[in-house]
Design a binder for this molecule. Structure first.
Ligand SMILES: [Mg+2]
Length: 373
């Protein structure tokens, strides 16, 4: 298997100048599964087809040259252990050898990190699209589909689906979705239930108002990926405040120095950072002249919305922004002290962001389905 980028491995067949139907499959528990009902394969021989007719069905239905068959698989845990990764690659070779006996040319993409390339985020699909486009192919979306077992199904007499990520992925990439039983057993799709996401419903809260006859220092604080920069941008566009972010100016002393310089020129400043500790906030404010109007805006974003926004940033930046790991939130919560007026603020207010985007693509990506706990 070839390394396509640090997060993505694969084997991609070359096709040129075709109008293609994408025939996309999840791998584990969709096409193959470990023997004897194990959840994970113990070695490269520990696999069997999920349905006896997998190769013959693929051949019968999708062997035409306008069909591009590709397996799209999440394998985050495998890459951590060299031996397991080797077994996995050998297993894929064996699976592909069986498929070749039926003259089937199948491609595969395997994501190995928790990032833009991991389903239900769309990196693997976007990569495939780009690859096919480069070779002058076009995609017939209405004849394309994605098939996977993680569809959030609940059964009466067996364990429910372990996840809903395959259904989410199909929604995000905008392709028809089938569970494996539809393709290989001629059953019809069950009725799917997408979660109701109350945390995405919001009413626009007015952005905090700054007095325009005073030089202001506004601190926007709160957990990572809670919408601080988003709010900062809105305030700055309206009031012309200069933004100073701890993401860019990491050093506290430098940040303070920059702030003081701006204020001396009667320039209002927005300080954006997590600022969980009281002592850090006090240190920034303590030398300010009494005439400077100081405000603290604390992001009161729900946990679910933070999680959603965290993934949205990865998706919309196409992996340029990394996922904030859980440990960062644990550290933040451990250090967090509620802000109050005694720290030197004229006013402390809470803000609950309502994300709206004027760009259509961003608005769509914001409505994508992201992993849920
Ligand atoms: Mg699966």
């Amino acid at each position: 298997m070839e390394e396509l980028n640090p997060s993505l491995y694969g084997i991609l067949n070359s096709v040129e100048n075709q109008k293609l139907n994408l025939v996309l499959f999840d791998l584990d528990h969709t096409l193959i599964k470990p023997k004897e009902d194990r959840v994970f394969s113990k070695d490269s021989n520990d696999w069997e087809w999920c349905f006896d007719n997998v190769p013959s069905k693929l051949k019968e239905k999708y062997s035409g040259k306008n069909n591009f068959i590709c397996i799209i698989s999440n394998q985050k845990s495998l890459k951590k252990k060299e031996s397991q990764w080797k077994e996995f690659q050998e297993k894929i070779e064996k699976v592909f050898n069986e498929l070749k006996k039926e003259d089937l040319n199948v491609s595969i993409l395997v994501s190995v990190e928790n990032d833009y390339y991991r389903k239900p985020l769309t990196g693997m699909y976007d990569f495939l699209k780009e690859y096919l486009k480069k070779n002058k192919n076009t995609i017939n979306k209405s004849n394309s589909f994605y098939c996977g077992d993680a569809a959030g199904r609940v059964y009466k007499n067996k364990k429910k689906d372990f996840d809903i990520s395959d259904l989410f992925f199909s929604k995000n990439i905008g392709l028809d979705f089938f569970v494996p039983e539809v393709i290989f057993k001629n059953e019809s799709n069950p009725e799917f239930k997408l979660p109701v996401r109350k945390y995405l419903e919001c009413s626009t809260q007015n952005t905090p108002h700054l007095p325009n006859d005073k030089t202001c220092v506004v601190m926007i604080m709160g957990p990572p990926a809670s919408g601080k920069s988003y709010l900062g941008k809105m305030i700055s566009e309206r009031s012309g405040c200069e933004i100073l972010e701890t993401d860019k100016i990491k050093d506290k002393t430098k940040m303070k120095k920059k702030m003081m310089e701006k204020i001396q020129n009667y320039q209002s400043v927005l300080l954006i950072g997590t600022f969980p500790k009281k002592e850090d906030r006090v240190e920034l404010l303590k030398d300010l002249d009494k005439n400077i109007y100081t405000m603290c805006i604390y992001m009161d974003t729900s946990k679910e919305l933070i999680e959603h926004f965290n993934y949205f940033r990865v998706e919309s930046s196409e992996n340029k922004i990394g996922l904030i790991p859980e440990v960062a939130y644990r550290v933040y919560n451990k250090n967090f002290q509620f802000p109050d007026n005694n720290e030197g603020f004229h006013i402390v207010s809470k803000y609950n962001p309502c994300f709206k985007f004027d760009n259509k693509k961003l608005e769509e990506q914001f409505m994508f389905y992201y992993p849920q706990k």
